[in-house]
Design a protein around this ligand. Structure first.
Ligand SMILES: CC(C)(COP(=O)(O)OP(=O)(O)OC[C@H]1O[C@@H](n2cnc3c(N)ncnc32)[C@H](O)[C@@H]1OP(=O)(O)O)[C@@H](O)C(=O)NCCC(=O)NCCS
Length: 261
């Protein structure tokens, strides 16, 4: 895909090139080198994420990576999905990420917007502003398909340090007049606005043994547990041999019709 000159120059100056899933076979498996270390293990067990391969087959242009030009090392991966939504964006469903994935896969009506699903950067390459470039590339992909509204069930990346605080309160926190959370801050700086919290963006469940394997923790009685990387506690229920994690995210909107981002 041809990028606008400034964005292409940003990639060139970092010695990076863009590749989309439509450009090669096996993109989804190769991308694991970035995606797997980007998430706590339990995040890979959202049942809705089983549609990951289908999504790549249906929308290969919307899945992309940045690769070092010389070494061909994969360093960042972005995923989004076109979908149709009728109605006011303030009424976007409370099931955030899961809803976006399922609605995009259903594809029963022509898409009128697209949703971010993930941006992942290898740990050693974080903190250098690459995520802004990733969002700009995502934007260009949408625009090249005539989609000027990008919605995002944003997962605030520092919320896991404050798992007992409700998301509604957390998104009000600020630092120097900007959102406190670094990932919310990136979206905000690029002109996105918060629509609302989506309280059940992901629902991950499994047996207690599965949760022990996913987290490395020992669960020996029922209760709410703080788990590394989780944005809120995981509920462990011994009577039903069940652990349930419900993750709240934040619906944000980048509207490329309205302003330059
Ligand atoms: C979230 C993520 C994409 C951000 O990418 P990034 O390239 O580090 O982003 P930036 O360099 O633009 O940094 C964004 C902000 O986070 C801060 N930041 C970056 N790395 C940080 C770290 N390890 N700890 C604390 N803050 C950090 C930066 O200082 C910056 O803050 P600023 O607003 O004060 O400048 C990246 O951390 C990542 O891939 N995380 C794992 C997957 C994930 O959570 N994705 C987001 C949900 S889809």
């Amino acid at each position: 895909m041809k990028l606008p000159p400034q964005l292409q120059a940003d990639l060139d100056s970092r010695k990076l090139k863009l590749i989309q899933a439509c450009d090669m076979d096996g993109f989804v498996d190769t991308a694991d080198v970035v995606t797997v270390p980007s998430w706590p293990e339990f995040m890979h067990h959202d049942p809705v994420a089983n549609n990951w391969y289908t999504m790549h087959e249906m929308y290969p242009e919307f899945q992309f990576a940045l690769i070092e030009t010389e070494s061909e090392k994969w360093i960042a991966v972005g995923n989004s999905i076109p979908l149709h939504f009728d109605g006011a964006l303030e009424d976007l469903p409370y099931t955030g990420w899961d809803w976006a994935m399922l609605t995009g896969i259903k594809a029963d009506k022509p898409a009128n917007l697209f949703s971010a699903l993930a941006i992942q950067i290898l740990p050693d390459y974080r903190g250098g502003g690459l995520s802004t470039i990733m969002i700009k590339v995502m934007q260009e992909i949408g625009l090249s398909h005539g989609l000027s509204k990008l919605i995002a069930p944003v997962r605030p990346n520092k919320k896991s340090d404050y798992p007992l605080i409700p998301m509604e309160s957390y998104i009000e926190w600020s630092r120097d007049g900007l959102p406190f959370d670094p990932w919310l801050r990136v979206h905000h700086r690029m002109g996105a606005r918060i629509l609302k919290v989506c309280p059940e963006a992901m629902r991950i469940h499994g047996t207690i043994k599965s949760w022990e394997e996913w987290t490395g923790l020992s669960f020996q009685s029922s209760g709410d547990y703080i788990v590394p990387g989780a944005l809120s506690p995981v509920k462990i229920d011994f009577e039903n041999d069940r652990g349930v994690y419900i993750e709240a995210n934040v619906w944000m909107l980048h509207d490329y019709n309205k302003k330059a981002n």
